[in-house]
Write a protein that binds this ligand. Sequence first.
Ligand SMILES: [Zn+2]
Length: 230
Amino acid sequence: MVYGDNHVDPVRLFDPQHEVPPADALDLHFPVPTSLSLFGDAVARTPDMAHLLPKLGQVYENVLLATVVQVQRVCGYVVHPTYGQRAAARLAITAISENSVPNESIMRIHGHLYVGRTATSLADGQQHPVNLTWLRQFVRDVWTTYLGKLEEATSEEFGLVWGALPDNHPADREIVEPPFAPHVAQHAVPNAVVCPGRYGPLERVLADHQWRIGIAESQVRVQAERRQAG
Ligand SMILES: [Zn+2]
């Protein structure tokens, strides 16, 4: 396995203007921290700031496009009869950003990355099944990069300051300036606010949820190591 051999451009899974995803496509769900949606709401409601709304949309689109590249690099592997479980492949991905979720009173900015269940092996050019075990596990790395880019881009563009909230995990970042924090808890329903998407039921992979599972696992590991050392 040579690092970087799947650093290719993914192909588009479908054209959202005229097509729908295949029925077996995966829906990788990328929400934003609640405070960023609250910021979006505040911008939309304030006449002096309304001009920032298209800019926020553009910033988010850019982060989502960068995330497509990350998914390809981190998760672009198929299970191949000759080359094994991690054969480099070119994924098929279509990204769609949305800013509302049915039955939610506030803005809920999020992205769907629709990923084809099969991908083109870079070794033989044939379609093989995407390694879903790998994808589900390592989408958490994509999530971390996504959050970092979101924080960087919105700090740069809007001067937002991000940090950890007192009751949250240190890596669970929210906007702390302007102070949306007091409102975050009120609107936070972790893992409950998941957009069903516009294409009917598809198998979903919740990027943030996978990341939280990873944190919980590593905490268990650290505790076990401490017990052994003690
Ligand atoms: Zn959606």
